[in-house]
Design a protein around this ligand. Sequence first.
Ligand SMILES: *Cc1c(COP(=O)(O)O)cnc(C)c1O
Length: 387
Amino acid sequence: MEPMINVMQPALGEQELAAVREVFESNWIGRGARTQQFESAFARHIGVDADHVTTTNSCTEATFIAMELLEIGPGDEVVLPTPSFVGAGNAIASRGAVPVFCDVDEATLNPRVSDIEAVLTERTKAVLILHYGGYPGEVKQIAQLCRDRGIHLIEDAAVAIASTVDGQSCGTFGDIGVWSFDHGKIVVTVDGGMLCVRDPELAARAPKIAYLGMEQRSGYDQAMRAQTRWWDFDVTSFSRRSTTNDVLAAIGNVQLSRLGDFIARRREVAEAYDAGLSDVAGLRVPPPLPAGHTSSYYMYWLQFEGGIRDQVARDLYELGVYTTFRYPLLHQVPAYGSSAVLPNAEAAAAKTLLLPMHQSLSDSDVDRVISAVRECTGRRIRVARAA
Ligand SMILES: *Cc1c(COP(=O)(O)O)cnc(C)c1O
């Protein structure tokens, strides 16, 4: 059998290894110059000042920090699309706030303005959207809605690292944006995240929350002049330690420099899938991007008519093509205690399948995926229609 084609996969190589070696040899592996360099490069990439960004050890952690910065608390409602990452739901629930799940567009799995409006109440304190598969969705209009209503907007841009609307980066439309560099994302630092905070005062608090809430009383020089101790400190919040280190940041610097190439390849793969699959009966490819939108092409999804999705997924696995579905609907996870009925999301979750999508796919991998999907879909559709 041919080797399994992964659904997602990091692209780490010699350049990243060389960068790690350099950090080892420098003897400074903790948070330092490389982390600062990573923050500056990332800030430049998304078009903001470096003062507004803070690296964290994961995107989930960045989301928890966002909740703390915006003082989300007991009784507050935070609206999020039901196909969201579980960490977003946990960040809300852990504050004693209520996650309120909204529906999405069936074809894009992104929430529309109307989906969010439908669940707003006077207790809504924030909206937390993500950009499904790297597609921006109605982020601009949702940001406007939140401004009009005096509600915070948090963007989970974990998979939208190169997504833009009219030239503006996803993650910068709302009050706070968060990104992920975990093992399954596009830019990978093994584990890691980034937080971008629009308000300058809150942005200045973010790194303190990310590092034990510590407030250095004075720097070394100041302490020497004042003849006090430079190791004294106070805490401004009872925080955890959510920082990263220079080993991971060095990997991130290399990965960020390769991002353009990564996205270009992902786009080629998406276009090849579109060309190879859009004519298959009973199968829907992702809708075209609206004018002015760019995608990170993090996910490529198909939607199957006739209830054959699970069967096709198993058939593809037998042929060495690994697939999956993200994100299982949170309103159906018992712990969140939701009784919502969200028909579009439920329909989408029953028929959507993610194909292999990463920058290391070869042309022959892509051809193999296309012919496997054509074969399995055709067979299962015929059986379903005959029944
Ligand atoms: C992966 C992912 C996250 C979580 O990122 P971590 O860095 O693993 O915490 C959050 N949101 C979305 C949409 C993701 O895909």
